[in-house]
Design a protein around this ligand. Structure first.
Ligand code: NOJ
Length: 551
């Protein structure tokens, strides 16, 4: 493994700082809270942390609208506190990855404040200005263009109005990006998760998009744009000087276009966060729901496993701050514990680097707020007001309850103490009312908890060459309720079985494994020996087998 491939044996924990742990008693999560919880993170068995943005931000999009790239949001602490967290994390053997949001800034960023003033100031070209807007829709809020009277021009914002898109075609902007990267790398961080990175180069002339498509109607003109690989190569150069890892976020990316970022002469990323497997219960966005289809989940995972095999490396995840909780989606809140563990098994043993989102490891579930006004997330409100208008209010709210990113943003449930032990005072956002029984403290004490199960999974993965580097093969891909795959390295095979139904499920083993001595190394039900051909509701098993007996 090369010097720059240290991430392959690792797994990461994602922190969305506002809701992780409040250390200074103001109801908002912060770096003081993180500092105190580093041992907890280490004990989970992960090797690093990805921080969602920690920078100053007016919070139009909770941190993804940055007003100063080289500082820490006062809600979260100071640069000194960041350094303390970084130092302690490194002492514990945890890497730190920052979020690099460079498609857009906040409209309150100094660059934009200057740029908007006139057509001929040093920052005038930092953003994308036009006399006439095209027909693009923004992903968060109406048209993608906003009028600025001082310039008598419109600026582009693919997300909210308060997130103007940077003009990456301006070499000065790219220089700024490199300087931001360098700032954090010099401080000692180990890499970046690069926000909507496949959107940063727009097609010259900004042609109109499709007329009647909601939200992403201009996507063909800004996804994997004409200069993307050129620009990415510049950023890669900076990252490589520090052996830093680069993980791109690629909304609507395909495996085909992702491979260009991950391999060959244009390689500019170590991993790509894809969305295909998050579409097993919806079309395009979680708001356009359909019943969960296991086949769609499996085929997305397998496609990425097969197509990247031997060439590139996967980023594995089921949750992050942009998606509702996975048990509430692909599992069952009734079989909460069983399905929470089974879902962990379904992805942690694939080839790639796993990411675990705060609260996922204790099986946090969706919150259901009683009115749209209670939702904080701009995307939830936008979808309620614009995308779902064809539905009556009651139904719209139901959809938001099932889809909102806010479900992943409720305060972390540390204990059954008031406010879930997240804070001493009323937190900035609603705590999920199930915190008295879904919380870290309770699960620490229960050896059969989802938390302990995650630890076991990560331990197993870390100590097995087959689970880290073995080949992947899926069995019975058409089966509607069973996900079965193997990982094989030399003569060791791991066979993973996951039942996605609340009924008992009869299974047969693939010929390759039938008749072999199978050692059950992990199961989400206690007291099972792995010999039964019937899987219990949401049962997951991992067997280990020696495959070659010949000489
Ligand atoms: C992806 C981020 O993960 C999401 O939270 C954000 O709203 C958009 N990019 C825009 O930055």
């Amino acid at each position: 493994m090369g010097k720059n491939e240290w991430f392959k044996e690792m797994s990461f924990y994602q922190i969305w700082p506002r809701s992780f742990a409040d250390g200074n008693g103001d109801g908002i999560g912060d770096l003081y809270g993180v500092y105190d919880k580093l041992e907890y993170i280490k004990a989970l068995g992960v090797d690093g942390i990805w921080f969602s943005p920690l920078y100053p931000s007016p919070n139009a999009d909770y941190g993804y609208d940055i007003s100063d790239y080289k500082n820490i949001h006062p809600d979260f602490g100071t640069l000194e506190q960041f350094d303390k967290v970084l130092q302690k994390a490194h002492q514990l053997g945890l890497k730190i990855i920052m979020d690099l949001v460079i498609n857009h800034t906040s409209d309150e960023h100094f660059w934009f404040q200057e740029s908007r003033k006139s057509r001929d100031n040093p920052y005038s070209n930092y953003y994308i200005w036009r006399d006439q807007p095209n027909n693009w829709e923004s992903l968060f809020e109406g048209k993608a263009w906003e009028y600025e009277p001082m310039r008598d021009q419109y600026y582009l914002h693919l997300f909210s109005k308060k997130q103007p898109d940077l003009n990456m075609d301006d070499p000065k902007v790219r220089e700024e990006v490199r300087s931001v990267m360098q700032f954090w790398l010099d401080r000692g961080v180990d890499g970046f998760r690069e926000d909507v990175i496949n959107f940063i180069s727009k097609r010259d002339g900004l042609p109109d998009g499709l007329p009647f498509v909601p939200l992403a109607n201009g996507i063909m003109h800004y996804k994997d744009g004409p200069h993307i690989h050129e620009y990415m190569a510049e950023f890669r150069k900076t990252a490589q000087q520090y052996h830093a890892v680069q993980i791109g976020e690629g909304p609507m990316t395909t495996v085909h276009s992702a491979l260009r970022y991950l391999t060959g002469k244009d390689k500019s990323l170590d991993m790509m966060i894809s969305f295909d497997h998050m579409l097993a219960d919806c079309f395009m966005t979680e708001y356009l729901q359909k019943p969960f289809q296991l086949k769609s989940y499996k085929s997305a995972l397998s496609r990425w496993q097969y197509r990247l095999a031997g060439k590139a490396w996967n980023a594995l995840y089921l949750e992050n701050h942009d998606h509702p909780r996975i048990i509430s989606r692909y599992g069952s809140e009734i079989f909460w514990k069983e399905s929470g563990k089974m879902l962990a098994v379904s992805y942690l043993f694939l080839q790639g680097t796993p990411f675990i989102y705060q609260g996922q490891e204790i099986g946090m579930t969706n919150i259901r707020l009683s009115s749209i006004e209670q939702y904080e997330d701009i995307a939830s409100r936008n979808n309620y007001d614009r995308l779902l208008t064809y539905e009556p209010a009651e139904k719209r709210l139901k959809r938001v309850q099932a889809s909102s990113r806010d479900s992943a943003r409720t305060p972390m449930q540390w204990s059954s103490a008031p406010y879930a032990g997240f804070s001493q005072v009323k937190p900035w956002f609603f705590v999920n009312p199930n915190y008295p029984y879904i919380n870290v403290e309770t699960e620490e004490q229960d050896p059969d908890s989802i938390l302990h199960f995650y630890r076991r999974c990560l331990h197993l993965r870390r100590h097995s060459k087959a689970l880290l580097f073995g080949t992947y093969h899926e069995f019975f891909p058409k089966h509607p309720h069973l996900y079965m795959y193997e990982r094989v390295y030399q003569d060791i095979g791991y066979l993973v079985l996951c039942s996605f139904t609340e009924k008992n499920l009869s299974v047969r083993l693939p010929e390759k494994y039938a008749g072999r001595k199978l050692q059950l190394v992990l199961c989400n039900y206690s007291g099972r020996d792995g010999t039964s051909s019937v899987l219990l509701p949401y049962e997951a098993r991992v067997y280990r087998a020696r495959l070659k007996t010949s000489t």
